[in-house]
Design a protein around this ligand. Structure first.
Ligand SMILES: *Cc1c(COP(=O)(O)O)cnc(C)c1O
Length: 229
């Protein structure tokens, strides 16, 4: 299925009352679909496999902003560091340190979001509020110049709600993430500007709850076929 132009403009219109940017999640989709999206004005693309991102990157114009939205293995940071626009799912201290190391090598400060675990599903990925606070205090100090990981810039938080049709649960989870975000933003106003939450099934709830960035895949590109990879 190609890029769904009408759906894109419908969603874009829905986002207008909110201060939110739209990331087109193009994972598993062929480059022609991304080109179509690009030609309709999309510049932000989200991918979650390093190899796929590395392959696609040179095939779109250089003003494309590539977001890494998946779980990133430390040994793969070096492949995306030179061109990645924002790493959404930073979920460990080890990963932060590696991103800093790779950023230093190429003298680039890499924008990151800490992933916060808000869903009911058990997963090993993501920090809780206390852990996120501790990490930020430990490595980034009270202001920008006190950072001990100077090649990382924490711009905000990312989270995924539970996989459920119960919108009350999803709403509660998004609001809990927004609350954590607000506390941090108040503490570090010059640093925190991005709250990445909301996907195809729950972006309306996410925008209501104060998201600044939604990540939409299947609504724009059709259902994914995972069998191919
Ligand atoms: C795949 C993915 C999305 C997009 O999911 P859709 O339900 O297709 O919109 C958003 N965020 C993350 C982290 C993903 O892995």
């Amino acid at each position: 299925m190609p890029f769904l132009v009408d759906k894109y403009f419908e969603i874009k219109k829905e986002t207008e009352p909110y201060a939110v940017s739209l990331i087109a999640v193009s994972k598993t989709k062929p480059i022609e679909d991304l080109r179509e999206a690009y030609n309709q004005g999309i510049r932000d693309f989200g991918e979650n496999y390093v190899q796929e991102l590395v392959d696609k990157f040179p095939q779109l114009p250089s003003d494309t902003r590539w977001h890494f939205i998946g779980h990133l293995q430390t040994n793969k940071v070096k492949y995306i560091a030179p061109f990645v626009h924002l790493i959404h799912g930073v979920d460990s201290e080890k990963l932060l340190i590696e991103i800093n190391k790779q950023g230093q090598k190429i003298n680039k400060r890499i924008d990151c979001l800490l992933q916060i675990h808000i869903a009911r599903e058990v997963t090993k990925f993501g920090f809780d509020e206390i852990e996120a606070n501790a990490i930020i205090e430990k490595y980034f100090g009270p202001n920008d110049t006190s950072a001990s990981l100077p090649f990382v810039k924490i711009r905000g938080l990312m989270g995924m709600a539970s996989f459920t049709n119960d919108s009350a649960i999803i709403k509660t989870e998004f609001l809990s993430l927004k609350k954590i975000f607000d506390v941090l933003k108040e503490k570090y106003p010059d640093r925190f500007d991005t709250l990445s939450m909301g996907m195809s099934n729950d972006y309306a709830l996410a925008m209501e709850a104060g998201s600044t960035m939604i990540r939409i895949g299947s609504l724009l590109f059709g259902e994914r076929n995972y069998h191919k990879s």
